[in-house]
Design a protein around this ligand. Structure first.
Ligand code: ADP
Ligand code: MG
Length: 226
């Protein structure tokens, strides 16, 4: 089943009078359950593509369908709600709230949806167990290692039972052992929960562990290989 399809997606940014074509016509189909990495040099459009795939940003032109639904006609608040129930995000810099515990961080996406504290804490606890942090529920981010922080971020992404997790350079701030661990964890979650993962990296060693690699160059997909 096709989860996501992009047709001739273009994204232009303006810096004053200068147009920057970050995506120059990307077409892509992602099936439910895929484990896919986008790689390529800095400035090639990977982050722009992740933001568009994750429905955080919209293209200048082109079509995006998520589970068959055309997102073009959707109002911003409808997109926000649609995304909040289906898509989890993981970022390079972890983006955890420093004054909140691991548990409270993982509960946030559920509380935004108005889910009760009791239910949110049950689900966040389970998500943190799943990523191996059952013993760290009360720890704040500054008491956790980089790898553990990124695990909290993955638990927070998964707590909504998303169809898709988008991770932009999730290992860029980690050493090679922790990077490997994070990719293995995403892979486990992909297999055990059937969640589709799309992540970016510029570490070619991590590409050995994915089903499909998309190489970006200058705003376009240069290679797409299984
Ligand atoms: N918000 C923005 N405003 C202006 N230019 C941007 C913006 N975001 C990205 N760009 C430009 O778009 C191009 C692609 O950027 P990006 O998607 O961040 O690439 P990557 O993640 O592969 O490094 C770059 O030239 C970058 O400078
Ligand atoms: Mg980037």
């Amino acid at each position: 089943m096709t989860l996501l399809s992009l047709k001739d997606v273009k994204r232009r940014f303006w810096l004053g009078e200068t147009a920057i074509d970050a995506l120059k016509g990307v077409s892509l189909e992602i099936a439910a359950g895929e484990f896919l990495a986008a790689w390529g040099p800095s400035g090639s459009g990977k982050s722009t593509l992740m933001h568009i795939i994750g429905l955080i940003d919209s293209p200048t032109s082109g079509e995006i369908r998520f589970e068959g639904q055309d997102t073009r006609g959707m109002q911003d608040d409808a997109i926000t709600e649609f995304r909040g129930k289906r898509i989890g995000f993981v970022f390079q810099s972890f983006n955890l709230v420093p004054v909140l515990s691991a548990m409270e961080n993982a509960m946030l996406p559920l509380q935004i949806q108005g889910i009760s504290e009791r239910e949110a804490s049950r689900r966040a606890g389970a998500a943190l167990e799943d990523v191996g942090l059952g013993a760290f529920l009360r720890h704040r981010p500054d008491k956790l290692s980089g790898g553990q922080r990124q695990r909290v971020a993955i638990a927070r992404a998964l707590v909504i039972n998303p169809r898709l997790v988008v991770a932009d350079e999730p290992t860029a701030n980690l050493d090679s052992d922790n990077s490997r661990m994070i990719v293995d964890l995403m892979r486990d979650m992909n297999r055990s929960k059937g969640v589709t993962f799309v992540f970016t990296t510029h570490d070619p060693r991590l590409l050995e562990h994915v089903d499909r690699r998309i190489m970006m160059h200058d705003g376009a997909i240069e290679r797409d290989e299984a």
